[in-house]
Write a protein that binds this ligand. Structure first.
Ligand SMILES: Nc1ncnc2c1ncn2[C@@H]1O[C@H](COP(=O)(O)OP(=O)(O)OP(=O)(O)O)[C@@H](O)[C@H]1O
Length: 238
């Protein structure tokens, strides 16, 4: 699935004296693995959130697989786009398995949700946790898991939607080297084995170069670099 932003502009933000995103133009092709980079406040999270309709758009257009993102098309688009939010957004009091099943809620009617999840959903959630190396943590509360394990639960929760595009906002923030490698390796495998289109917000240029094929760098709401990951301008890493 493809992602296209054409002259994308968010409303004027008085605190910045400009729109948060300013005339963003980019096209991400099916199966690309893209690192989204830039200093704090550059607009990376806003760009990811705008792709799933969480940010108002003042001007321009976003197209997911050729379909313009509008209130009418959004429910369908959200089923195809998995989002991993900054910090994971897990419910700490629930187990890893329950958190993964939360990713299925959008597919149930109110009536169905009263009956709970189907055994098939539970099996799939367990399978995903197991594929991500978390079979032993499935029944543990996520508040008791390490940062890397929590990120992998968040990835499993996005994957249970069977998305074709995966967006991840700083999924390795605060992780140690092993945790970073495990999480980035998971994205690399999803990219290789399922040909998923993946956009990951990162701050580390060397990690971007090691895993992604393409880097898009934002600065004050504009794209200042869009190309391969060789010789990335160092001033945009934190
Ligand atoms: N709802 C909002 N209203 C006004 N300003 C906002 C809003 N959301 C974000 N901003 C501002 O827009 C800018 C971009 O924020 P954003 O979170 O997209 O940056 P980022 O590149 O993801 O930063 P970080 O690396 O710190 O996560 C920041 O200056 C932020 O303060």
């Amino acid at each position: 699935m493809t992602i296209e932003c054409q002259d994308l502009e968010t409303p004027y933000a008085a605190s910045l004296n400009r729109p948060i995103l300013n005339r963003i133009n980019c096209k991400i092709g099916q199966g690309e693995f893209v690192a989204l980079l830039g200093l704090n406040g550059a607009g990376k999270s806003t760009l990811l959130r705008s792709l799933v309709g969480l940010v108002p758009v003042q001007r321009g257009e976003i197209r997911i697989n050729g379909v313009a993102v509008t209130p009418r098309t959004l429910p369908r688009i959200r089923r195809d786009v998995g989002m991993i939010f900054q910090g994971g957004g897990l419910i700490r009091q629930l187990t890893a398995l329950e958190n993964v099943l939360v990713g299925r809620l959008g597919t149930l009617s109110t009536w169905q949700s009263l009956w709970g999840f189907k055994p098939r959903d539970r099996r799939q959630a367990l399978e995903l946790l197991s594929q991500l190396g978390l079979q032993d943590q499935a029944y543990q509360k996520t508040g008791q898991l390490s940062g890397g394990q929590q990120q992998r639960v968040a990835i499993a929760r996005a994957l249970i939607q069977s998305p074709q595009i995966l967006l991840a906002d700083e999924p390795i923030a605060g992780l140690d080297i092993m945790g970073c490698q495990q999480v980035m390796q998971t994205f690399a495998e999803l990219h290789r084995d399922r040909q998923m289109t993946i956009v990951v917000v990162l701050h580390d240029l060397s990690i971007a170069a090691a895993y992604a094929q393409r880097a898009i760098i934002l600065d004050t709401g504009r794209i200042v670099h869009d190309g391969d990951c060789e010789n990335l301008p160092f001033q945009f890493s934190r």
